[in-house]
Ligand binder design. Sequence first.
Ligand code: GH3
Ligand code: MG
Ligand code: MG
Length: 393
Amino acid sequence: MEQTDNFAYLLPFIFLVFGTIFLIADRWSDGSARYWGLGYVLSSVGFAFPIIGFALPFSVQAVIANALFFSAFLLYGQALLVRFKRPHLLLYRLSFALVAFVVVCWFILGDENLRSQLAIGDSSLAILLAISIAAVWRFSRSLIDRMLVVMASLVVIETVVRVTVLLASTSADNFESLDQFLSSDYAFLMQITASIVGFIMALTVLGSVASDIIMGHRDAAERDPLTGLLNRRGFEQALPTAKSGAFPAGAVIIGDIDHFKQVNDRFGHAAGDHVIIGFAQILSANLKSAAIARFGGEEFVAFLPGASLAEAAQKAEQARLGFEAMDWHAHGVDGLITASFGVSMTAPGDHFVRDAIVRADACLYSAKNSGRNRVVSEGQRPPEGPPPLRIVS
Ligand code: GH3
Ligand code: MG
Ligand code: MG
């Protein structure tokens, strides 16, 4: 009996520590840590309830503890769905939890049937978690994702086994058999197993929260905060050479907004920022499979792996037309804003994509000098294009 008492304090304490860590980590996480944290804190209070609420009648204790565990499992499911960016299924999960909770309450207060209450309560919690696992398992990509799904599944399996053993070892019309079972070493062993599974689950969640935070920081270091596109460092990381060491074949496009300084001067820096964001959006929309980076103020570089010069030039032309057609009135800019592009190919003599970028830059220079608002490809004479379009007359 003594070991059970020590255990009764240890489990809520461990869950509380994990819950607190997750709630603190939420400041730097994508939102799932908050739900894990709240879930673990509620479970901790649920486990501690026989101690906290000892003065209350047993039935009231049971109702409150069940309410806490149902809420905790709703939150665990929510954490999984948030982390895997799946629909939250809140209405379904909430309705199921409410119906199951009412049934459990009926067995506590009306029927006073502890056996049914335990079996229905625990299996409903398993179903609640299983709904979320079913919605996310196909979307697990990384090792930590898979571990999270496996551990959550283990919690479900462990609960199902526990309920099955409870039902098999006790009899519906013999209350003493339940008492004997609950105070048996076997039941205690099962409680230990459940706690160990819960503990390993918490460690896995900790791993997933930590990995999310690290990945988030790494992502932030490689992205331009204004446009969300890569920065120079992220661009170099994203190139195939960074991983395989092999020289990648493909095309490079450099795009630069025309007379951008005048946009800033006439309409203000904030309006200028919106124009840069708009240019980044046009590039993303037109260069889907490319690695696109903001290299400087209003200059963007894209690498299109495997693309030919003609394909890249065509995409650059689409982006040019798309940008020219944009309406900036919502940002207080009246007038046309255009961009110029230089396009090049990687060549066998190149040492790095940087060499192709230098050639694309020369093409961009040529596009600017020949009137702007045009695409110039490597080896091509600047076309006799339309007269330069200016926002400032
Ligand atoms: P060109 O047609 O030859 O490209 O002329 P330009 O005026 O576009 O080129 P220039 O390089 O002279 O000007 C770029 C300007 O971009 C200068 C700088 O103040 C502005 N700039 C750089 N970064 C930002 C930014 O983050 N936001 C805003 N609003 N402006 C920026
Ligand atoms: Mg410019
Ligand atoms: Mg520039």
